[in-house]
Design a protein around this ligand. Structure first.
Ligand code: TYM
Length: 332
């Protein structure tokens, strides 16, 4: 059976891009594959976090994963730091990946530049070695398939390269994973600046749609979404990024082809209104489930503990395989 692994950082508010680009796919995958999903709190600390906030966000993220339809009886849901084998394997992989490979990662370049721009001179070494930890997350579960948005493509390529290098140096140890990137909405763009991807740290509050936002606010954001002055509905990201972003959001929310959808619209206003309605009807059941879950914290604790146990059992085996292959003396 195919093994699936993916993760999300427990920082900021989970937005429509996370949902359409990744979480929705996770919910489908759990029924077809042996799936592992985690809140990657160890990745979150590559930039400084407030401890109380990190704790609260991690819990909230786990509730969100259940709310989007991940069934703890069907898949394994866990918190990354509850399985310490991730950091152990990460070190082995840091010694397998090269400095040059890490330096080429666009996400590192973007994030370290942003830190500098915001007056924060401090760029942690963890931000630089982040992709080795991400490779460990994936390889430790022998994952074949990694459902992610388009922005993680380069990290996945690096993970494959690292696994291949390890296997050729020390013998077959790791499964080579592939990124599973959705055809539509793999890169949901900011509603105000449609040439930037929607992100948790958006410049304008109107640019990103949180998945738990109230419906009036969602409708307002789509109404105000930036388009262009030509009033021609066509799917073409190069020349019409705003309109194309709306079409792909609508396409993803209704399972229709954005290019064909464009033919149904003569006006931007109707496209915006229909996109808002479609997004609201996809998100409403998710919002309802999360409120029920947060009202029952004991159940959430139980889910998290069970997930750590299941994930830990698999991770322990892979790490000892990797250590054995590398030549570590086993403690007898
Ligand atoms: P993170 O937390 O930034 O995002 C979680 C998932 O959401 C996707 N995503 C998007 N998809 C479409 N449009 C967008 N605007 C958009 N923004 C985010 C991301 O591609 C991701 O799939 N490094 C990862 C977390 C991670 C991970 C892993 C993922 C750590 N270890 C192992 C997969 C496997 C990250 O920061 O995702």
């Amino acid at each position: 059976m195919t093994r699936v692994l993916s993760g999300i950082q427990p920082t900021g508010d989970i937005h429509l891009g996370n949902y359409l680009g990744a979480l929705r796919q996770w919910a489908l995958d759990q029924h077809e594959h042996d799936s592992f999903y985690c809140a990657v709190d160890l990745h979150a600390i590559t930039v400084q976090q407030n401890p109380e906030e990190l704790r609260a966000k991690t819990l909230e993220t786990m509730a969100t994963l259940v709310a989007v339809g991940l069934d703890p009886e069907v898949c394994t849901l866990f918190v990354q730091s509850h399985v310490p084998y991730h950091t152990e394997l990460s070190w082995l992989l840091e010694c397998t990946v090269s400095f040059g490979e890490l330096r080429r990662m666009t996400q590192f370049k973007d994030k370290s530049m942003k830190q500098g721009d915001s007056g924060q001179e401090h760029v942690s070494a963890g931000l630089f070695t982040y992709p080795a930890l991400m490779a460990a997350d994936i390889l430790i579960y022998d994952a074949d398939r990694v459902p992610v948005g388009d922005d993680q493509r380069q990290h996945l390529e690096l993970t494959r390269d690292v696994a291949e290098r390890f296997n050729s140096r020390y013998g077959e140890t790791f499964v080579l994973p592939s990124a599973a990137i959705p055809k539509i909405a793999a890169r949901v763009m900011d509603l105000q600046e449609p040439t930037n991807k929607m992100s948790k740290s958006a410049e304008s509050a109107l640019g990103a749609v949180g998945i738990f936002e109230d419906v009036e606010s969602i409708a307002k954001k789509f109404k105000r979404a930036v388009t262009d002055s030509s009033n021609e509905v066509r799917f073409d990201f190069e020349s019409k990024p705003g309109v194309s972003n709306l079409l792909s959001i609508l396409g993803a929310a209704t399972d229709r082809d954005p290019e064909l959808l464009a033919e149904d619209y003569a006006q931007y206003g109707a496209l915006k209104a229909d996109t808002a309605d479609a997004v609201i009807s996809v998100l409403e059941p998710v919002q309802l489930r999360r409120s029920e879950l947060l009202a029952d914290p004991a159940e959430l604790d139980r889910i998290i503990a069970r997930g750590a146990e299941k994930a830990g059992e698999v991770a322990a085996v892979t790490v000892s395989r990797a250590k054995e292959a590398m030549g570590f003396l086993s403690p007898s």
